[in-house]
Design a protein. Structure first.
Length: 349
């Protein structure tokens, strides 16, 4: 290299510092989450101004109708953040630890297990409190996850991704049939269960969502600790074992984290499908397949989808609204198809 070339070659200081792509993607997701939070507070069947939102948050007047609207939306917004983060991260953790791109709390039967457990608790024990429903949802999710893994482990190849997906689908059908059978013979159970089953953020007080935050934090910390194992599992169980990972212990730990996240989200908002399936695939387009980045990105992207779905559901047919569980499927389905058509690459079954 000549002296002239060395003098004319731009230095890193001259070209300016550029953030790594993955860090930039997380920052973009954080900005979109902030926008979704503000939109959730502003828009609905009755829109309010930004100044009204500010006054309601810092100087709440119970006699002001607009501020009352903001207060009700604040509860839904907190719920969207808590539930969306739990479902997004749970989906990413399941897909990583099972090496299954179709893994999701709905597809693997966890939502169906929670629903059946809640129905049994209402019908047999008269449970009506949120605490009782939350405990029932946890138990149902845990039992179904254990059963799915045991069923998938039968045979020479063990719990392969395709066997987990098939086992989860079969389990969801079976426990769903039990749930429907109970609801058909018990009108009182159906009345209580209907409000919980649809998947909604509208009927739960903000104190409940805030109370669920510690459980979500515990589940998130547990699942985030398995990110390195998920990266190794992507190369195959034999490779992960050769690298020194204890897959049995890691999957047990990850399963506990998933059950805590899915059980909490289902208990406070009902069974909301599709978030855990779509979000990891969407953020994989932004940050790649490294679960050390994929899991935090899913933690941010889950609330974005849930808040957008809830806001759109409020403004699409005023004064009525479409519940967030329905809107997630209506919005997420077409987006998932678009991602597939644009060349989305997932782990092979």
């Amino acid at each position: 290299m000549t002296a002239t070339e060395s003098m004319t070659r731009p230095t890193p200081a001259a070209t300016g510092y550029r953030l790594p792509r993955k860090v930039l993607a997380l920052l973009i997701l954080a900005v979109f989450l902030l926008v979704a939070i503000v939109a959730s507070l502003l828009f609905g069947a009755r829109s309010v101004s930004l100044s009204t939102v500010s006054d309601a948050l810092w100087h709440f007047d119970p006699n002001n109708g607009d501020q009352g609207v903001v207060a009700s939306r604040f509860a839904r917004t907190v719920g969207g953040i808590v539930v969306g983060a739990a479902l997004g991260l749970a989906g990413a953790g399941l897909q990583g630890l099972t090496r299954n791109p179709l893994a999701d709390t709905g597809i693997l039967g966890l939502n169906a297990g929670s629903s059946m457990s809640v129905v049994l608790a209402i019908a047999l024990f008269g449970v009506s409190s949120l605490t009782g429903i939350m405990v029932a949802a946890f138990i149902g999710a845990a039992v179904v996850m254990i059963l799915v893994y045991v069923v998938a482990s039968v045979g020479r190849d063990g719990a392969t991704p395709i066997k987990l997906a098939l086992g989860g689908a079969a389990m969801a059908v079976g426990v769903g049939a039990i749930t429907n059978a109970i609801l058909m013979v018990s009108d009182s159970t159906l009345d209580q269960f209907r409000k919980w089953q649809v998947g909604t953020l509208s009927s739960t007080p903000v104190e409940t969502f805030i109370g669920a935050i510690p459980m979500v934090v515990i589940g998130a910390l547990i699942l985030l600790s398995t990110a390195r194992v998920s990266n190794a599992v992507a190369m195959g169980d034999d490779t992960a074992t050769a690298l020194g990972f204890n897959l049995g212990r890691a999957r047990l730990l990850g399963s506990i984290g998933v059950v805590i996240l899915a059980g909490t989200a289902t208990a406070v908002a009902g069974p909301i499908a599709f978030v855990g399936l779509m979000i990891p695939h969407a953020v994989r387009l932004l940050v790649g397949s490294d679960y050390r980045w994929l899991m935090p990105a899913s933690l941010l992207a889950g609330p974005i989808l849930l808040l957008v779905a809830d806001t759109v559901g409020r403004v699409i047919a005023p004064p009525s609204e479409i519940q967030v569980g329905v809107m997630c499927a209506l919005i997420g389905g077409p987006l998932f198809i678009l991602m597939m058509r644009s060349g989305m690459k997932s782990v092979s079954l």
